[in-house]
Design a protein around this ligand. Structure first.
Ligand SMILES: Nc1ncnc2[nH]cnc12
Ligand SMILES: [Zn+2]
Length: 337
């Protein structure tokens, strides 16, 4: 089996994908028309042409504008279902989807509409595609602690429909400690905890996400490389990093894929995983991310492919027995390859 074929065939989990970041321009235009939303772009082509980002904020401005077409439960369902069909084609067996409720509730969309639409797509993905899927509610860090608490309160009637909380949006100037009390409450509620840290922000944000928010995984975390002692800690404590290679290049964290430092993290023994972040905006879904990394780093071979897939299964929030089953499937694929 060639390496590109192996990358597709190996069972993998996707642990860092913002479902609003899977909205393709064609679907944005279709939903805009259906819902009577006026977009500041004349066509699909004009919108796509605007996808040239200089940093995280320049992307977020367009990402939130795109999400404004989502109004009805069916819109959330369609968006997530389209993602699952692509994920299945990429060999994804498990996905943990981030969603940003504040982006929607601020426009008058009910929490119930958002969560039930996404949940129905998760159920159908399991039934028809064999993908297990769960939801992680993200707080927008550019908004206040008070807003995050109100969002948590509004989501509690649907507590059984999401497994954890995360922290995303503009990183610089919004350190993890701003949300320490919200995360402490979520911890009491038994929710899994993750946070974006060390994407654009400093390595110290990774440390405070671990020490103050008590997150179980760090989203991105690539700036940890600025602090060798932190990389050693991540490896020793087996804290997973959900790295998003195409995102990092599109948002100018690295100048190109050859400059991406994922191989160093892997070599240091960190539990690195590969993810797509916002695939409709960054030029590729999960398999595109794997292939881009392996194309740009020819020193990475089958061992690295195995490690990345195994890490993604290990880092997922599923019961140990399920992880063990997928690990056996992974071993079988490599034995036959
Ligand atoms: N890469 C990213 N970083 C922070 N917030 C996000 N929201 C969607 N994608 C994001
Ligand atoms: Zn992200």
């Amino acid at each position: 089996m060639t390496l590109p074929t192996l990358l597709r065939a190996m069972p993998k989990a996707e642990l860092h994908v913002h479902i609003e970041g899977t909205l393709e321009p064609e679907l944005i235009f279709r939903l805009a028309e259906r819902n009577g939303v006026v977009l500041p772009y004349a066509s699909v082509e004009a919108l796509r042409a605007a996808y040239a980002f200089s940093d995280l904020q320049s992307f977020l401005d367009i990402y939130y504008a795109g999400a404004s077409v989502l109004l009805k439960e069916a819109d959330f369902f369609e968006m997530a279902w389209a993602y699952f069909e692509r994920a299945a084609a990429d060999g994804v067996v498990h996905a943990e989807l981030f969603f940003d409720p504040q982006t929607h509730t601020a426009r008058g969309v009910a929490m119930e509409t958002v969560i039930t639409g996404l949940h129905r797509a998760c159920q159908r993905a399991h039934a028809e595609l064999g993908i297990s899927a769960s939801l992680i509610l993200c707080f927008l860090r550019h908004l206040s602690e008070e807003d995050a608490f109100a969002t948590l309160e509004a989501a509690l009637p649907y507590r059984h429909l999401f497994i954890g909380v995360g922290l995303d949006s503009s990183e610089r100037g919004h350190p993890p400690e701003k949300f320490a009390r919200v995360f402490a409450r979520c911890r009491e509620l038994g929710l899994h905890l993750v946070a974006h840290a060390g994407e654009e922000g400093p390595a110290e944000y990774v440390e405070t996400a671990l020490d103050l928010l008590k997150v179980e995984r760090v989203d991105h975390g690539v700036r940890s490389l600025d602090k060798p002692a932190l990389v050693a800690r991540l490896a020793a404590e087996r804290v997973p990093l959900t790295v998003c290679p195409l995102s990092n290049v599109k948002l100018c964290v690295y100048s190109d894929m050859a400059a991406h430092r994922l191989p160093e993290l892997l070599a240091a023994g960190v539990c690195v995983t590969v993810n797509s972040d916002d695939p409709a905006y960054f030029g590729g879904y999960l398999l595109d991310n794997y292939r881009a990394v392996f194309d740009a780093h020819p020193a990475l071979g089958r061992d690295a492919a195995y490690a990345l897939a195994a890490n993604s299964l290990e880092a997922s929030f599923v019961p140990a027995e399920q992880k063990a089953r997928w690990k056996r499937d992974l071993d079988a694929v490599f034995a036959a390859a």
